[in-house]
Design a protein around this ligand. Structure first.
Ligand SMILES: [Zn+2]
Length: 265
């Protein structure tokens, strides 16, 4: 199952084989789950995992419960119908992440952000899948959770179609003296435009703006101080909150575990 593809059999039933990340599990009937999966080839897909709560075939419950990268097969009667998960296997195990509290909270926060974004389909080429998969892989490799989340939430803001404008001032278009940030206007503000609002607009360093502009993945945030990482995290979360029109429930537990203070932006 290296690639993703779609096969229609003779009874017009759909079969999907793809990699997947489990975003959500909801109890269904006595022993089953409805699982929501993010796949690189088919975007977000929901399927019934029969008997999974009882353990399921081949350890389906364990596979669907963690942060693992999975390989799945789903069959459905129609492309937009609720399918049945017919096979699930762990492609890339992540067995350490759930046992580190801050990393686990970080993973849950990012999964919630992807779910709340309600992308009808991946914005292209599996970018959303690879963003989340890369972040979970970094968390499994014990990269500091704050760094992973700070980079990833800003990347998600871009993938949701609300990329920050950081190359010039959102007020006047000037390219120099960028030192404030306006979440509402979606970008950097120069010293001249920001001065009257200096009490309300957060100040940002050149390093934070550079990190926001960086399209490489995974993000290289090693040059940022911890205060800059916190600022990047807070701006990204403020952007996500605007996009999904509510705050994320995993934000507070993550802040507590990662030692991020409560000051909003
Ligand atoms: Zn300006």
């Amino acid at each position: 199952m290296r690639a993703s593809w779609r096969i229609w059999d003779t009874r017009s039933r759909m079969r999907i084989e793809d990699r997947a990340l489990a975003l959500r599990r909801v109890a269904f009937r006595d022993t089953s789950w409805i699982v929501t999966l993010l796949t690189p080839g088919h975007g977000v897909v929901a399927a019934v995992a029969r008997a999974a709560r009882r353990g399921g075939r081949d350890g389906a419950r364990g596979a669907l419960s963690g942060f693992h990268r999975l390989e799945v097969e789903i069959r459905a009667r129609a492309p937009d119908g609720l399918g049945t998960l017919t096979q699930v296997a762990i492609d890339r195990p992540r067995n350490g992440l759930p046992f580190r509290a801050a990393a686990s909270a970080a993973g849950q926060l990012l999964i919630e952000a992807v779910l709340r974004g309600e992308m009808p389909a991946d914005p292209g080429g599996g970018a959303l899948f690879f963003c989340l998969d890369g972040a979970l892989e970094a968390l499994e490799a014990e990269v500091e959770p704050l760094r992973v989340v700070a980079g990833t939430v800003n990347r998600l803001v871009g993938l949701f179609g609300h990329g920050w404008r950081v190359g010039d001032c959102v007020g006047c278009g000037g390219r120099s003296g960028l030192q404030f940030f306006s979440v509402r206007r979606g970008g950097a503000v120069c010293g001249g435009c920001g001065a009257p609002y200096a009490g309300r607009l957060p100040r940002v360093s050149a390093g934070v703006l550079q990190a926001m502009a960086d399209r490489s993945w995974p993000p290289e945030l090693t040059a940022l101080s911890r205060a800059e990482q916190v600022m990047l995290y807070q701006l990204g979360m403020a952007g996500l909150t605007r996009i999904v029109a509510r705050s994320l429930s995993a934000d507070l537990p993550f802040r507590r575990l990662a030692g991020v203070d409560e000051r909003g932006v």
